[in-house]
Design a protein. Structure first.
Length: 524
């Protein structure tokens, strides 16, 4: 039997692939329950959580990151946006360049099996959890069907169930009661994706680490903002008692003013005075809380999306305009995420599928994630029109495919150009097209001739305009441009345009004579 090795050179034990080994259990260290370290989070506590992760134990950091996604709606939104931008792209498995027959077969096999994995886009979304936390692990559930090793499922595992080796802090290991540093991952059993948001250790590579500080500051701000909102606008209730009042009478008075509303109440002796001096006024306090919360949101958007998102933009003024200037996720981030994901799927999914079903091959197929750029069809139509005028033949089948228009069947009703508006690629097509429409008004021959001469003359004028634009780019002043135009004028080619003008004058003369003869009594 052929001995198989994974991409890291570790021997594959086939007997260990069939059983599920990282599922949660109440009787193991991989319990489904979670703590909530974000409760009462302080700067000192956050720094301690991050230091523990730096030492190879990211358990508390994973729980904190999970809390952050659940409690901060803005962070959850932008992080989900970043992940979905890649999860929704098309995944292809391609053979290497110049592949032989066996390598092509390997690519077909891997592509078919990956496409057959249930809910594959959702599985990819789970794998991309590494963007926020730095790494993600999904266990491959194998089964034998029709003599083939088939991926029945990819099951996401909580990142806190894993830790890193103490030597390099870069090898992901499964938490286990029998291994202090964790158990090495079984070869061909896991899709372990490490996201490189920056250089360094995987445990420090997630983009939620810099967001953690913004989350902390925003929490302090929101807490004070809510406390301020509780008493904002509430009248202060003051109960005054005489100096001879007993303690019982004071208690009755305090209970009375307290029952009138919320916390903005007090009691004082009649001879005493209480003053409230506001720092900057209440309106200034409102703006301060909102500005700080918005600033924290913007910093998290920059960390996750590479830019501020439309949700950060103001609903008025320059903000809304800026939001419309760019897409939500920066394109270079999408390409980087797709490239890293493709490398992980190639290593941890495609190679096991090929090796277990065909044995090792010289060159393995690779996963490619297709990123299609949106095309400006309006600009494309304008370019096609200009190319057609220059005489470049454009296949109609390509145009139908490019614009997503079905090719009309024989005898099917189609839209036609209006009289005098024939297309540039077929200037004589308008009469023929209109001839197929019963009762359609026929364009005058002079109109057809005038359109044709106008198109022929335009190509000569276009050449002059190009020269003029070049002069405008080179000229430093209006006087210099005028001198350049006067100098170049004698050298311009007028012969072609002169011929067109001569033909136009002749056509106009003939059209006038025809109209005159048709309008006279002796026209026949």
């Amino acid at each position: 039997m052929t001995v198989l090795y994974d991409a890291r050179g570790r021997k594959v034990e086939l007997s260990s692939l069939r059983k599920e080994e990282s599922a949660p259990s109440l009787r193991s260290v991989r319990q489904p329950f979670s703590g909530h370290p974000s409760e009462g989070l302080t700067p000192w506590r956050l720094a301690e959580i991050l230091r523990l992760a730096d030492d190879g134990d990211p358990y508390a950091q994973c729980e904190l990151f999970e809390d952050m996604e659940e409690k901060d709606a803005h962070l959850s939104s932008v992080l989900g946006m970043r992940r979905r931008a890649v999860a929704g792209l098309e995944i292809r498995v391609e053979a290497p360049d110049g592949a032989n027959r066996r390598e092509k077969k390997a690519a077909e096999l891997a592509g078919e099996m990956m496409a057959a994995i249930p809910s594959m886009p959702e599985k990819v979304l789970d794998i991309l959890d590494a963007i926020g936390k730095g790494w993600s692990v999904s266990e491959i559930i194998w089964e034998i069907a029709r003599g083939e090793a088939v991926v029945r499922d990819l099951r996401w595992r909580d990142p806190k169930w894993f830790r890193f080796d103490l030597d390099s802090l870069s090898e992901i290991r499964l938490r286990d009661t029998e291994h202090v540093e964790g158990r090495p991952l079984t070869p061909f059993k896991y899709v372990a994706h490490v996201h490189k948001a920056k250089a360094g250790l995987p445990v420090r590579g997630g983009i939620l680490r810099p967001c953690a500080w913004m989350y902390l500051f925003k929490n302090y701000d929101i807490k004070d903002w809510v406390t301020f909102a509780e008493v904002y606008g509430q009248p202060l209730r003051v109960g005054k008692y005489p100096t001879t009042a007993s303690e019982k009478e004071k208690d009755i008075l305090l209970s009375a003013v307290a029952n009138l509303g919320t916390d903005a109440s007090c009691i004082i002796p009649e001879q005493m005075l209480v003053e409230f001096i506001e720092a900057g006024g209440k309106s200034g306090s409102i703006d301060l809380y909102e500005r700080l919360a918005r600033w924290c949101d913007e910093q998290m958007s920059k960390a996750v999306l590479g830019q501020t998102s439309s949700s950060d933009a103001m609903s008025h003024g320059l903000g809304s305009g800026q939001a419309n200037l760019h897409a939500e996720v920066r394109e270079d981030l999408i390409e980087a995420d797709a490239r890293q994901l493709a490398a992980t799927l190639t290593r941890d999914l495609v190679r096991p599928i090929v090796d277990l079903n065909m044995g090792p091959v010289d060159r393995y197929p690779e996963v490619r994630i297709v990123i299609e750029e949106a095309e400006d069809l309006g600009a494309l139509a304008g370019n096609i029109e200009r190319l057609a005028r220059l005489g470049l033949p454009v296949p109609k089948s390509w145009l139908y495919e490019k614009f997503g228009i079905p090719e009309p069947k024989p005898g099917e009703d189609v839209l036609t150009a209006a009289p005098g508006m024939s297309g540039p690629a077929a200037p004589d097509a308008a009469p023929a097209a209109n001839a197929q429409q019963p009762g359609a008004e026929q364009p005058h021959p002079a109109e057809i001739q005038a359109d044709r001469l106008a198109r022929e003359g335009e190509q000569y004028v276009q050449g002059w305009l190009e020269q003029l634009l070049q002069m405008m780019d080179a000229a430093q002043s209006l006087e210099e441009l005028r001198a350049m135009v006067l100098e170049a004028w004698p050298a311009l080619d007028h012969s072609g345009l002169a011929d067109v003008i001569a033909q136009a004058r002749m056509a106009a003369h003939l059209a006038g004579r025809v109209d005159a003869l048709e309008g006279s009594d002796g026209a026949r």
